[in-house]
Design a protein around this ligand. Structure first.
Ligand code: UD1
Length: 418
């Protein structure tokens, strides 16, 4: 399962380029199924979730190759509409293939996603919308089977601005008949990226980034070449690495407007953040300050994917902070591990109260999920002595070369596959 071994206590400094975005590339990879040609992707992160998605694409007929750093996907032949359950269990976000395979073949059979370490993650909103688009859905023996003779656009309203549901509806609608309008759509930058990518293939999508997205169906899509945007959560994680070690780092290749909520909270903690073009300097001149209330919210609110990393920083801040996790119901698995390292944190349901301590101590801890795992690595950078973060496999899902990046900035971090 792999582990990171960290000698804490080194202040980070230097500059680093931020990798391409995981949450942007996964729906784009799913969307490649919709064109009957080739997709050329630049800046694709080499992470486990991308490997998993590529394995699924290969299993349904896509031909995949890397030429230097360009990922090429040939989707001229898709030879099955069945996505086995094991893949969906391995990577829950493979559920976005529901929309793209359905869009291409008018049929899809996909394993039902079960619970996961951060919550139950249902897909009722996805299915409710698809039913309104002339798609019949059967849920049997652990599979969902969707089929139609014709996808017909409709007005759909989401009860909650779910990222995955918005993506699945967009993917289903691009090759439909008529116009689909999504009300109360998710506004995340990854949704805007999906719109840009689909439109570059010849789709007619507008409104992404607002509450209402409109998709006018087209008959077919073309080959496409595209560069993936930088990962706002990886950028935020490195901002926290500077914050928790009292360092000063320059992040290159960031989209700062995507980071507004994280920047605001970093400034509240006492960090100095300077923005230039696509670069961000973060400098931490003093002991971090607590935050009265950090509430996770859909974009442009504070991202749930940064909650754990901020919590590590707050665990050594001066004063008491409160976090309210409003998106996922059980996203505090990292708390018990931080407590092993000397943090003073209690949780009650969706609320966490963090009393800042002077320093953390190295310990052997276990990552339970991707971002919680990253938070433990951050804690290890601050801690006195050695920290071992086990189950690193969770972290490899989303971070391309965490130990290299942190080492370049002066941290003492090693990865071991044992
Ligand atoms: C995506 C991101 C994930 C991020 C999350 C919230 C990817 C691959 N993953 O996940 O990193 O943490 O957005 O920003 O992009 N819900 C329902 N019914 C549904 C769908 C969702 O109740 O049909 C609930 C979920 O249980 C959760 C909330 O809505 O409580 C948000 O989920 P959603 O926005 O769909 O997140 P994901 O797309 O799964």
């Amino acid at each position: 399962m792999g582990k990171y071994i960290i000698e804490g206590g080194y202040s980070l400094s230097g500059e680093i380029k931020v990798q391409g975005s995981k949450n942007a590339v996964l729906p784009l990879l799913a969307a490649t199924v919709l064109n009957k040609g080739k997709t050329y992707l630049h800046n694709c992160p080499k992470i486990h979730d991308v490997d998993s998605m590529l394995n699924i694409l290969a299993s349904i007929g896509c031909i995949i190759k890397w030429e230097d750093d360009v990922l090429i996907i040939d989707s001229s032949v898709i030879n099955t509409y069945i996505i086995p359950e094991k893949y969906v269990q391995m990577m829950r976000s493979s559920i976005i293939l529901l929309g793209s395979v359905l869009g291409r073949l008018k049929n899809v059979k996909i394993g039902f996603p079960g619970g996961c370490s951060i919550g139950t993650r249902p897909i009722d909103l996805h299915l409710k919308a698809l039913r309104q688009m002339n798609i019949s859905i059967e849920d049997k023996y652990g599979y969902i089977e969707c089929s139609t003779d014709k996808i017909i656009g409709n007005k759909v309203s989401l009860d909650y601005p779910s990222v995955g549901a918005t993506e699945n509806i967009m993917l289903t609608a691009v090759l439909s008949e008529g116009v689909t309008t999504i009300n109360n759509a998710a506004k995340e930058p990854e949704i805007v990226e999906l719109q840009e990518f689909l439109n570059k293939m010849g789709a007619k999508v507008k409104g992404a980034g607002t509450d209402t997205i409109t998709i006018e169906g087209v008959n077919e899509l073309d080959s496409v070449e595209y560069r993936i945007m930088p990962d706002r959560i990886v950028a935020g994680t490195y901002m926290c690495a500077a914050a928790i070690t009292g360092g000063e780092i320059l992040l290159k290749d960031v989209c700062k407007s995507h980071l507004n909520a994280t920047i605001t909270k970093s400034i509240e903690m006492g960090c100095i953040v300077k923005e230039f073009d696509n670069q961000l300097l973060i400098k931490v001149p003093e002991k971090l300050k607590s935050i009265d209330l950090l509430r996770t919210q859909p974009y442009p609110g504070f991202p749930t994917d940064m909650q754990a990393q901020l919590m590590s920083c707050l665990s050594i801040a001066h004063g008491t902070s409160i976090i309210a996790e409003t998106i996922f119901e059980s996203r505090y698995k990292h708390v018990a591990e931080l407590v092993k390292m000397g943090a003073d944190i209690i949780t009650d349901g969706r609320i966490a109260v963090i009393k800042g301590v002077d320093k953390l101590n190295g310990a052997e801890v276990f990552a339970e999920d991707l971002r919680g795992g990253a938070a433990l690595v951050l804690a290890g950078l601050n801690a006195e002595g050695t920290t071992i973060v086990n189950n690193a496999i969770h972290i490899l899902r989303g971070y391309e070369k965490l130990e290299n990046d942190l080492s370049l900035l002066g941290a003492k971090v090693k990865y071991s596959s044992d």
